[in-house]
Design a protein around this ligand. Sequence first.
Ligand code: ADP
Ligand code: MG
Length: 560
Amino acid sequence: MKSSSELKQMLKQVDHKGYPAYKSLRGQYDFGDFVLMVDHVQGDPFAAPSSVSVSVPMAKAAFPDEYRDKEYSRTALEDALLRKFSGEIARCSFKAKGSGKSGLFATSRPGPEILRRSAMCVTAQAVTARFEVGFPANGRTINARELEKMLFEFLPPAVTQSLFYRNWDKKILQNVYELSVDQHYIRQELPKRKLIAFLAEGSILPRMSGVSSKPLKNAVPLSVPDSMRVDLNLPCHGPISGLGIPEGVTLIIGGGYHGKSTLLTALEQGVYNHIAGDGREYAITEDTALKIRAEDGRSVQNLDLSLFIHNLPNGKDTTCFSTVDASGSTSQAAAVMEGIEMGSHTFLIDEDTSATNFLVRDEFMQKIVHGDKEPITPFCARVRDLYEKAGVSTVLVAGSSGAFFHMADTVIQMDSYHPLDVKGRVERFLPDYPLPEFAAGEFALTQEDRAFWGRGLRRNDRIKTKVMTTDGFSINREMVDLRYVEQLIDSEQTAALAGMLKYALTHLSGTSTVRQVAGMLDGLARQKGIDAFMDGYAYCGMALPRIQEIYAMLNRYRGK
Ligand code: ADP
Ligand code: MG
């Protein structure tokens, strides 16, 4: 390893030379308090910036052991360090001047979710931060004096302020740690109490707007009906009381605009932990919960849809069904079957984003269109078996059809943003509204694993990927559309999924099943970190997706 004074010398040597001379700076430099690593040097001042990292030995960073022993607290610590570091270097961005991206300092900027990210990594040995630096130039002529300012004047204080425990307000990090312990405790507590979610009283569920993840100002805090109240004793926060959503079939009803979808969205997002101040700190949903929605036009591959669809007019086999352009109801049936395959224990469904003919069919319609002319067995006819025989709970927003009343264990009415337990009231009316009979076949699930359809690519093939926020990514010009994978919430997760697909396609051996591919990718990400999927040296911020989103990505890959 070279010393920082050697780096200063090298900077003098490349000053005023053509831009490619910067390439010689690749390497590691000892700055005393930390090691600076120039991992990748950009080709010119207008190209993607250079990739740089700093590593502080834990002996110097000195974060307490208990903050990093457990994965959940370590992730929370990494998240807090990243937010701080990101803010510190953003303040120095473009203070150094030049053409194009000269002077840029940037790293990942997390939203309210706490995710494992490639930008910050804490181990027993060191704290490592990855970021981008625009190496300065005038035109294409190196301005090394400006780079010297960036690396020797601006960077060191940003590093010491954020990556050294001694410079932190201890209370802040203690709060981060305690929140992570409490959130983990609630997650552990859910199955023990046969709950799929816990939402603390007073939580702020609505967001500022459809495009903002900030809490809505002056929102009505969540209230809790006594019959659904669950009391917990959190290890750090102490006693807390909230709305417990039990396993089974839960119906959310209520008039339009009363907060039904907002509650369901909170359940969708509760699979992630949120930072303090978000309003959803203690709104926790079991980890495998999956939003199920219609998504017409998506591709479906080799899936057994016979639980919901049979006797298609074109005679197509629905026990191993493929299409490049699914209908609304077919896509939603596919989502349910894929959800079972990926081992999700909870389905979250909103009628707003469902195919009506997938959810229910009323008696009058059944009289006119006979069973043998209707290929769809509605979800309503399966939702009980789904819970009783397959162990999958459902939370369903249904403000328009009473058919699900017969199926529900729990009925919540949203009334001016207040949840009410109306199960008792519903029960009194049930005898007056008999349930229409559905000609549903037996509830049987196939055991067989599906083969994955992606064709292996050679490792040295040039595979181009391009990431488009959370809308998806392209791989060798094929678009993988993830717009309707609503629990994918960060473009860095999309970047990780793109890296994962590339990895899978270049490491496929023989015939793998979808389950094997998803398991392999998830396992690798958890053991080795998401860095395992970064290829080349160019900076790429990645965040860890759940295995549910890994499956969702594989399932939407057309492989053409
Ligand atoms: P529904 O699905 O019942 O039609 P939504 O959940 O879409 O209703 O909510 C309707 C509107 O009310 C949204 O703009 C939402 O932001 C707002 N809202 C939801 N919950 C609250 C709350 N607790 N306090 C204030 N406004 C809320
Ligand atoms: Mg709604």
